[in-house]
Structure formats: structure tokens, C-alpha cells
Design a protein around this ligand. Sequence first.
Ligand code: IPD
Length: 275
Amino acid sequence: MSEDLLALAREVGREAADFVARSRPVGRVDVAATKSSATDAVTAIDRACEELIRERILARRPQDGFVGEEGNDIAGTSGVEWIVDPIDGTVNFVYGIPVYAVSIAAAVDEPGGGAGPRAAIGTVVAGYVVNIPSGEEWAAVRGEGSWQLEGDQRRRLIAPDPPILAHALVGTGFHYVPEIRARQADAMAKLLPQVRDIRRSGSAALNLCEVAAGRLDVYVEQGLMPWDRAAAVLVATEAGIVVAGLDGEPDERLVMAAHPAISEEYFSLVRACGF
Ligand code: IPD
């Protein structure tokens, strides 16, 4: 069943990515509204893309639940819930920086906790992330593995051995709320001298897939919502990466990701820095 959910996620995700690419005007995209702070942008295309994904998925699986970044959640009766970010990396999308993705996850079971409203999700069994400008595709099925997809080909992701922590390249992101961002900056100022460098490319979903592929060694972010992380956490864990939060499971308060060879040391360092 999880393979079928992934197939649907990919079919709909590719259509959604095409829609976003075709809809994007040249230059800067207008911001339709803001959410958690004045810098947390939503465009009309985010909303239309989420609507497209919701319609397509529920047309095929009308009993399923749906949670999307832009709202209009639907409670289902089938036990399967879809968790969708129509454009992860909206600020990049607005500015025309080619790092933004559609992220679609399918989860089963009861939501398992987490902080804040709409923060709880069930067990993610299938995940799909596509970088809209490049077309690069990432996918995972719980218990089966994760892959980079190229047409009909699947290239299995196995996270490569990491460097020592002092040489690790850290992916991260910052919250939209200024006070939280200030605390994150303090913690990052402590972490930065102890690692190779940091990258903040603007899409948490793509960053977690990049850890799975070895393009980043480790990752840390606070404030990631379910739609930012659901699909990509599965891509990372199925590639052999350890993904954790404050009390074990990653949640809105904290997401840390690292290869098992350095995960304990890295997670301790992250916490010691104040994340
Ligand atoms: C954001 C991106 C960004 C991360 C933010 C997210 P959005 O998602 O994933 O990299 O740092 O925390 O909110 O708002 O573009 O869907």
C-alpha cells in the first residue's frame, strides 16, 4: 500500500511542480499575505498549488485526511492522512532563487504528539519531494528505503560516511518570528566555530534530502512544521540518517539530523549550543 501512496504522491507532485513552474511570472512574485510574521510570505500560487494537490489526491482517495501548509484541513476516515507543503522555500520562490519544492507525505495511525496546533502527525509511510526548478526528485517508503528518482530509474540513497564533526557541513534554517530567530542566531554563533561551515539555502525539505544524499553532513532547525519536514524526514531516515528532536522524535521544537557515526556527538553539541 505504501508504494501506491508514493506513486500517487509522485504523480500529483509532478503535476503540482509543473503548475508552479508555469504559473511563476518573470521577476519577483507578489506576496498575497503573511502568516507567523511579516516576513512569512504566502503567494496566490502557494494556495492554488495546495488546492490542486488536495483536489487530485482526494479525487482518488476521498476517505483520506489532508493537512496542508495553507490550511483547509480535512479529517479523513480511512486512517491515511496527507501532509503537504505546496511550496517549501516560498521566500526563494518569491525572489526567483531556484531552490523550492513540493513536498507530499502520507501518514497512517493516530497523530503522535508534538508542540502547537496542527503539529502532530501519524507515522509517515511514504514521502515525495521535488525541487521545482531543477526537477530533482526524492522519495521514500517506510521500511523499503529512499531514492533519488530519475524517470523510471530509482537510485537508492545510502548516506555516506560523514567527516569528523569539526569538518561537518551543517544545513539549517531560521524561524520567521524575530524573537525566536534571535535565539537561533545565538545558538548558531556557538555552533559555527565548531564545524566546517553552515548553509541556509531556504528549503528544509530539500535540506533533509541533501543530508540523505551526503550534500550536507548534518542538519538542525527549530520551528519546522509537519509539512516542512514530514516527507523529507522519511527520505533521510530511510537513507540511514538519525533524525531526532528534544525528546527523541523530531517535532516543531527541534529537528536534528546526522549520520549514526556522529549523531550522538552532534546532537549533544547542538543542545550544548542552546538549540
Ligand atoms: C520554510 C523553509 C525554510 C525553513 C522555514 C520553513 P516555507 O518553509 O523550509 O527553509 O527555514 O522554517 O518555514 O515557509 O517556505 O514553506
